[in-house]
Design a protein around this ligand. Structure first.
Ligand SMILES: [Zn+2]
Length: 408
């Protein structure tokens, strides 16, 4: 078994589920248990200034082994797993020489990982896959990323003939609850740029994500006894219904892909007296994104003109932004990641993230951070799996990026 796989199988045994309802940092104390283990491991490998701070952020440094003027490169992954599903007692199953057929995850509960549902499986015939036992998630998101980074720095450290600049590694808590960048000390980290190892299938490389906002629409009605309601009652749910249909049907998540943005109605709570609609707005293109927010906001005026001042109130809050504008000025970090993949025999697939990443937040905090594949599939659920080959390639990609930068 290769080192990266061995590490991965150890890390998934730590239950590190984060919790969005918690106000503590990290959101769950148990994430620090993995943190402590990683501190120990980085020290064993011989990294310097290894620490975990009170917030659960682990950092370590591999000093340069030559005097050339080489940028400091960071590699980042997150320790927590998604709150969507249990990460306790993860019991990984190893499927060797995969034959392209159904994989029975759990006989008792009849849980099957099938290429009929997940056609990507067909790409891995003959490879070794790691799956769940059907009762938990796997945690490849993002323990595969951690295992890949640790294994790569170990390889660099034990092969002194590979010349390199200063390398920083960082492991964060709470990415899955959107707080992974909140307490990341960019200054202490001290890298010129970084990569999150937090993508999906082999070859994935991402430096664009959504611009994102949340909107809360409150609609007031007027309730009176239905028997004497004529010309008096205003039912807010009917106004809400009309409002929903003002937003183009083609701009819904279920009708969009690639670079297309959307208005997504997350929830609708309504009674005669008051209705609230909760939306998220997502769009890659900054101009279109501004227009979408403006359009939604314009409905407030339109409805208030029709139904009376104060009937509709729309509050829009920006959540995160497309990192593209922070990456483009240092595009060599994407170009070299692409080159590194090609040099180790991985076909790069540059795709926009249809969501946000911690790298996006970090990019706006002064640390440009695109995202590289871990190799995993079907994150956040019981069908999560990862081919060992993809993890091994991710290690190669990290080592190659470091190598490319030391050759300049
Ligand atoms: Zn992740």
């Amino acid at each position: 078994m290769s080192k990266v796989v061995e590490r991965f199988l150890e890390y998934v045994k730590f239950d590190t589920k984060s919790d969005e309802t918690s106000n503590t940092v990290p959101s769950t104390e148990k994430q620090k248990k993995l943190g402590l283990r990683l501190v120990e491991e980085l020290q064993e490998i011989g990294l310097e200034n290894v620490s975990m701070d009170d917030n659960g952020y682990v950092m370590g440094e591999l000093p340069a082994n030559c005097n050339d003027d080489i940028p400091t490169i960071g590699f980042i992954a997150h320790m927590d797993t998604a709150p969507d599903m249990s990460g306790e007692n993860v019991n990984p199953q190893i499927v060797e020489n995969y034959d392209g057929g159904d994989i029975i995850l759990n006989k008792e509960k009849n849980i099957v990982l099938s290429p009929n549902d997940f056609p990507d499986l067909k790409d891995y015939i003959g490879k070794t896959l790691i799956t769940t036992d059907g009762t938990t998630l796997l945690g490849a998101d993002d323990k595969a990323g951690i295992a890949e980074i640790v294994t790569a720095v170990e390889r660099i450290k034990s092969n002194p003939e590979i010349k390199h600049g200063k390398i920083m590694v960082g492991f964060t808590p709470d990415e899955e609850v959107g707080r992974g960048a909140d307490h990341f000390d960019v200054e202490k980290f001290g890298a010129d740029f970084a990569y999150t190892m937090d993508g999906g299938f082999i070859g994935e490389l991402q430096f664009e994500n959504f611009n994102a906002a949340g909107a809360k629409v409150t609609i007031k009605g007027r309730n009176v006894h239905p028997g004497s309601a004529k010309n008096k009652m205003v039912n807010s749910t009917f106004i809400a219904n009309k409002f929903i249909n003002e937003l183009p049907e083609k701009d819904r998540p279920e009708n969009t892909e690639g670079y297309e943005g959307f208005y997504h109605l997350i929830s609708f709570n309504g009674s005669v007296e008051e209705s609230t609609l909760t939306y998220i707005i997502r769009e890659h293109d900054s101009k279109k994104y501004e227009e979408m927010m403006k359009f939604m906001k314009s409905l407030e005026e339109k409805y208030n003109a029709q139904y009376g001042e104060g009937t509709v109130k729309i509050e829009i809050k920006e959540q995160y932004k497309n990192m593209k504008e922070k990456i483009e000025p240092v595009m060599h970090i994407v170009d070299n990641a692409k080159k590194a993949m090609e040099e180790v025999g991985v076909e790069p697939k540059i795709l926009p993230v249809r969501g946000g990443t911690d790298g996006a937040r970090l990019s706006f905090m002064g640390l440009p951070t695109p995202n590289i594949f871990t190799g995993g599939h079907n994150f956040h659920g019981k069908y999560e799996y990862i081919p060992t080959h993809s993890m091994e390639k991710a290690v190669d990609v990290i080592v190659k990026i470091i190598d490319i930068y030391s050759q300049k």
